[in-house]
Design a protein around this ligand. Structure first.
Ligand SMILES: Nc1ncnc2c1ncn2[C@@H]1O[C@H](COP(=O)(O)OP(=O)(O)OP(=O)(O)O)[C@@H](O)[C@H]1O
Length: 774
């Protein structure tokens, strides 16, 4: 029997369980929160809940029967939980709770011992993963890389891995979308997998957190945990199974189907569940959990009570928890790894105080203990770098990784120079202060900076357009129709998004919003919608600028100029990820010119290096008429709503404050409610709105035809569209304009230096890295 329950933002499923007899089941009258929930695996793709309707951390519960009990108050739902004796009698069903991200697959399906599974399915990494062979990686991770088709390490991964394995603290700076998560994630997972058995607590003990990853936004934290969990899950795929990374929608299904097939051949029971992370004694060898704002308190407690080896968190929420959870605070004091992902952004989002508090907890005295034997201990795992290494992480010490696509050179230099006793200089930035508080063991943490010049990735086509502020809606609409594709539009304010969204909807553009004032569930839902429609538009504030790995974002539009150069780089980084092509457009109003100039100046560039996007003015004028009408409709609708709202609001507020409205006010409201002038006014607004909507509908139904085109005689006109049809360049949204990729028709440039060369040969700087598109 299966049922679902929902409470707060955490929606869970009760998984199919054997029907328990009333006799065996214990009627506990439990609430949903008292049930033994456990984490359920989610599709890997960006970790934001594909196919789960944008849910935040899915949980499931086994061995619970849902019954409806007749009471005086009517039918009431009760939960019957099978007690322990019953479970043994029914075959000792796995009781251990899996942690976030690990699948709920039954124990017999799980890989009990990694070395055993390696024997069962020989995996020759020299042949299968030659590019990774020189790195020390746990065999399970090699399998995971192979299964995910990550055949080549990215440059930041190549640079980071050997140093991280030697125990170095690392500051890593590399372009957006270049695989930084695994650059720090692989060394952590390697260490944890290699030491899984030695750290395994007894079944009653809570797992200590060994690695803490701090991320600035909830979405990014969830994505990182999902990325690492995917790696662990792929680690237990049988050899030869591949995860389809190019198809986010099917990735996990494919993996699970293939998994079932292979199992079937081996005369084992056919299973349909996705592979679980490697397990030991029924528990995942390594567990990764995320704790972020927007999650219910009970759920967060459950996640932490199960324990996790890797905790991914946003600083604000983590600090709230730490204050109430001494055990966790103690664990943070003894971390083995600390990661700051997008450290610079954490300061921007006002997490400084929480970050500062958390970092203080991680500070510790150097111990002179023997070097932890982690790397030398296991001969099969030792590769050349480690054998050569005389370094290592001493027992009780913590290794620190700081990653971002944008960390100033000054800061990098400071970090490199300072020793343990280094004191922050007065007048440094908040980020300087914060990073200088980090407990780097190394007097010289390794700084790996392979960020491209000017912060722009080689596969990105940047463009700009100059227009009046008032025309930006029309220009945006133009771009969306002229170059259809998945488009992320950045605005500087939430109010701006609230204004633009209904206009886009009236213009029949599938647009969604993403900003901090939306509920978490809605944020994830909108992200899912954006990901599942190749023509969707996401109107976002800079909450979406960092780290989000949404596959195949074709275009990024800076509707408003970003406040900082870093924000420009990170916003652009949502497209052209992982060596895919991307396009960005900066909309610049006359009063923004100075800001743009300064912004480019701080990137060491000039504005006119960026080519202009051509605009067909005839077409633009037609679009302006539509936009204008949509705006008017929106304003009128707003007025209509506001009229109603104001009256109700006034009365409600008076009631809440227990004050009487004066008689004039009362009678005016009553008159209006009785249908006097205001009702008439409303009616007239509503008629006007209907008329305007009908007019807009008519306009939207008309094809947009370029000047000089005859749609009646397709072979005539100054631009015969028959030729376009034959050449396969026919543009359905704007008849007469060739269908082309955004960025392929840019005009006027002043290409200079390295950037110009990169554009001529986009892969020049990535000689080592050709894996993504193959
Ligand atoms: N070695 C690899 N080969 C192929 N794809 C990879 C490899 N490593 C990571 N990826 C994929 O590349 C994409 C980008 O990775 P990731 O999100 O870690 O980038 P990032 O550098 O952190 O970006 P940002 O700075 O925007 O946060 C992900 O979809 C990831 O699965």
């Amino acid at each position: 029997m299966a049922a679902t329950s929902q409470k707060g933002s955490a929606k869970r499923k009760l998984s199919a369980t054997p029907l328990l007899s009333r006799k065996r089941a214990k009627l506990d009258n439990l609430t949903t929160d008292q049930l033994p929930w456990k984490a359920s695996s989610r599709p890997r793709e960006v970790g934001l809940g594909d196919a789960f309707d944008g849910l935040l951390e899915l949980e499931e519960v086994d061995n619970v029967e849902v019954v409806y009990e007749e009471t005086d108050a009517g039918k009431v739902v009760r939960f019957n939980v099978k007690d322990e004796d019953d479970q043994q009698a029914l075959g000792g069903i796995e009781q251990d709770q899996a942690v976030a991200g690990s699948s709920s697959a039954p124990a017999e399906e799980a890989v009990a011992d990694p070395s055993q599974s390696e024997k069962d399915t020989p995996f020759d990494s020299t042949k299968m993963l030659p590019k990774w062979h020189r790195f020390t990686l746990h065999p399970q991770l090699r399998r995971a890389l192979y299964a995910q088709r990550f055949t080549d390490p990215t440059p930041i991964q190549s640079e980071t891995l050997p140093l991280a394995m030697k125990g170095k603290d690392i500051v890593g700076v590399a372009e957006t979308g270049s695989g930084k998560t695994l650059a720090y994630g692989l060394p952590i997972l390697h260490h944890l997998l290699a030491h899984a058995s030695s750290h395994e607590p007894t079944s009653k003990q809570r797992r200590p957190v060994r690695a803490l990853i701090l991320a600035p936004t909830r979405e990014l934290a969830l994505q990182v945990s999902s990325h690492l969990n995917a790696c662990l899950s792929a680690a237990s795929l049988p050899f030869g199974t591949a995860v389809d990374n190019d198809n986010p929608q099917t990735k996990d299904v494919i993996a699970s189907e293939k998994y079932s097939k292979v199992k079937g051949k081996g005369k084992e029971k056919e299973k349909t569940s996705a592979p679980s992370a490697p397990k030991l004694n029924g528990r995942p060898l390594v567990s990764v959990a995320a704790v972020v704002g927007g999650m219910s308190l009970q759920k967060q407690r459950r996640i932490l009570s199960r324990g996790a080896d890797v905790l991914v968190a946003t600083p604000g929420r983590l600090w709230d928890i730490i204050q109430e959870d001494d055990e966790l605070a103690g664990q943070i004091e003894h971390l083995r790894f600390l990661v700051l992902d997008e450290a610079d952004r954490m300061i921007e989002t006002g997490h400084f105080a929480e970050m500062d508090n958390i970092l203080r907890l991680t500070l510790r005295q150097a111990k002179e203990d023997a070097v932890e034997s982690e790397f030398e201990a296991e001969p099969p795992l030792v590769a050349e770098e480690e054998e050569e290494s005389k370094e290592g992480v001493k027992a009780g010490e913590m290794q620190t990784f700081v990653f971002s696509a944008t960390l100033s050179k000054d800061l990098q230099r400071n970090l490199k120079r300072r020793g343990r006793s280094w004191k922050a200089k007065k007048g440094g930035s908040a980020l300087d202060d914060l990073l200088l508080k980090l407990d780097f063991r190394d007097s010289e943490p390794a700084v790996i900076d392979i960020s491209p010049a000017g912060g722009v990735v080689a596969t990105l086509k940047e463009s700009r357009v100059e227009c009046l502020t008032n025309d930006k809606d029309a220009y945006l609409y133009y771009v969306l129709l002229r170059y259809p594709g998945r488009t992320l539009v950045f605005l500087s304010s939430i109010d701006g998004i609230r204004r633009l969204l209904p206009i886009m909807e009236l213009l029949q553009i599938p647009a969604y919003a993403l900003h901090s004032q939306l509920e978490q569930r809605q944020r994830l839902k909108n992200l899912d919608r954006f990901k599942s429609n190749p023509r969707a538009v996401l109107l976002a504030t800079d909450v979406a600028a960092r780290g989000l790995d949404i596959p195949a974002v074709d275009h990024v539009i800076h509707y408003q100029v970003p406040r900082t150069a870093d924000a420009y780089v990170h916003r652009n980084g949502r497209t052209a990820r992982a060596m895919r092509r991307g396009f960005s457009l900066l909309m610049c109003a006359p009063d923004e010119r100075r800001v743009v100039k300064a912004l480019f100046g701080s990137l060491g560039r000039q504005v006119d290096e960026v080519q202009e996007m051509p605009v067909e003015l005839y077409m633009l004028d037609k679009l302006k008429a539509r936009v204008q009408l949509a705006r008017q409709i929106d304003i009128s609708q707003h007025k209509e709503k506001k009229e109603k709202h104001d009256k109700n609001w006034l009365r409600e507020a008076a009631e809440a404050m227990e004050i009487d409205l004066d008689s004039d006010m009362e009678s005016s409201i009553e008159n209006e409610q009785r249908g006097a002038p205001s009702k008439q006014k409303r009616r007239s607004i509503s008629t006007k709105v209907s008329a305007m909507k009908a007019e807009l509908k008519g306009l939207l139904a008309q094809p947009l035809v370029a000047r000089g085109i005859s749609t009646r005689y397709i072979t005539s006109g100054s631009v015969p569209i028959a030729d376009q049809l034959l050449a396969g360049e026919y543009n359905e949204t704007m008849v007469g304009l060739k269908r082309i990729e955004a960025g392929s028709d840019l005009i006027g440039t002043k290409k200079r230096g390295r950037r110009a060369k990169q554009e001529d040969n986009p892969t020049a700087q990535f000689d080592e890295w050709k894996g993504f598109e193959s």
